[in-house]
Design a protein around this ligand. Sequence first.
Ligand code: COA
Length: 170
Amino acid sequence: MRCSIGEYMIRDWKRDDASSLAQYANNRKIWSNLRDAFPHPYTKEDAALYIARSLQKVPRTAFAIATKTEAIGSIGLMPGQDVHRFTAELGYWLGEPFWGRGIMTEAVKALSEYAFNGLGFRRIFAEPYATNLASARVLEKSGFLREGILRANVVKEDRTLDQFLYAKIK
Ligand SMILES: CC(C)(COP(=O)(O)OP(=O)(O)OC[C@H]1O[C@@H](n2cnc3c(N)ncnc32)[C@H](O)[C@@H]1OP(=O)(O)O)[C@@H](O)C(=O)NCCC(=O)NCCS
């Protein structure tokens, strides 16, 4: 998969993205907004393992957000199972030097389009922590609807947090 978003692109991971992936992912401000399964600190070995696993997935659902020279972020889908097999959860993060340029909004729009029309999903959802107003804004600008608030659904850094439930359907 390869898709231009202005001067950036969404593309398959490459094994030699491990250095730039580790460089940008190793950021507590990013980890604070993601699951604990996202490593912190984030090493080059973590990056290599993540890339190897992403390349094994069929169909491919995990992608790099990249400049012409390096990976600067990540965006992917986690398909549901059984009766949820046409639904996928969307996850993403971007290297901090690139925040605030509209990159993730364009990436979320493009990946949603691919999820519906390339991969056949019928519903895409995301569950940002209710403290994550930047991510909520990205989803709203990308045409997702806030369907509800999942109260006290997360414990992150010893804090109990609500999550917003956002979804877009085909
Ligand atoms: C959330 C994240 C992906 C946003 O990426 P980005 O490329 O900077 O997003 P965009 O520039 O497309 O849009 C960000 C929007 O949020 C707004 N925003 C940023 N910080 C905000 C805040 N503290 N409160 C309210 N709005 C905020 C921006 O003003 C912008 O909206 P606007 O265009 O209406 O001005 C990035 O900050 C990130 O990787 N954060 C850490 C990981 C993460 O949160 N992942 C998502 C988990 S659900």
